[in-house]
Design a protein. Sequence first.
Length: 309
Amino acid sequence: MAGKEPLVYIDGEYHPKGSAKISVYDHGLLYGDGVFEGIRAYNGIVFHLRDHIERLFEGLRVTRINVSLSKEEMANVVVDALRKNNMMDAYIRLIVTRGRGNLGLDPRSSPKPSTIIMCEPVAPAHGKEAREKGVTAIISSYRRDMVDGTTHELKSLNYIQSVLGKFQAIDAGADEVVMLDHRGMVSEFHGSNLFLVKHGILNTPTSAAGILHGITRARVLKLSEELGYEVHERDITPYELLNADEVFLTGTMAEIVPVVRIQGVPIADGKPGPVTKEIIRAFQRITQDPKEGTVIREAVAVQARARSH
Ligand SMILES: Cc1ncc(COP(=O)(O)O)c(C=O)c1O
């Protein structure tokens, strides 16, 4: 791909990155009215593509965006975008907006949603050094919303709260920011989920704390059990967080990263712990496993067979 611009899929057509455009009247831009997914392909395997498509369609249901593609077709266009870009390792951004309407908020003025797919070479949110040494975090003063239609369970195009939280981290010289929920319980990081380890047991906040149902989080929950750990989804107080033995974050972009200092307090001895390291190693292994996703080559072959029938 060196020197060549990635191709962006917009509603059935491909455009070079520099000239890929949608209308300024798109309600995705005007109102954050849309949903999206961040997806990874590892070595020709699109990691848990089906789960991403499921989550996207759940968001589409709640926001009542009536996309014309089926789940199957949506998965196929993601694979097709990777194939067109000749990318085996990539970060993929799949976006569905309400589409072009008028300046009013009324969603009925936008009858046709827009589907956009960008594929980029992977640029992890935190690099190799962060994975080895860990990152720092502060606790945001902004609170995740109550669990209603605007909760972070919905991966909508409105990330302003996370952006404001990130500014607080930047201002404090920290890498990450922990968001609390409306009760003051720990929710998640601004763009990733949170786990803590205490006495060898893993803990992570529940949906009730306004988290995004992270695909990485779900896989890490299962993986921890496979590795023989006890795992609890439960309410976590900030006090418990600061007294954890280990803390780590999970997300498609960041994968798994140890968090070694929060609000100026070192987590245990301020170094990545053994459980986190074990889970990072095991996670790296599963990203290379064809059973953990959609194999691009196989999916392309299936599509070609279907077309020839
Ligand atoms: C707010 C938020 N929480 C958690 C996550 C992690 O989710 P996933 O593992 O599906 O990437 C993300 C990822 O984009 C996010 O934006």
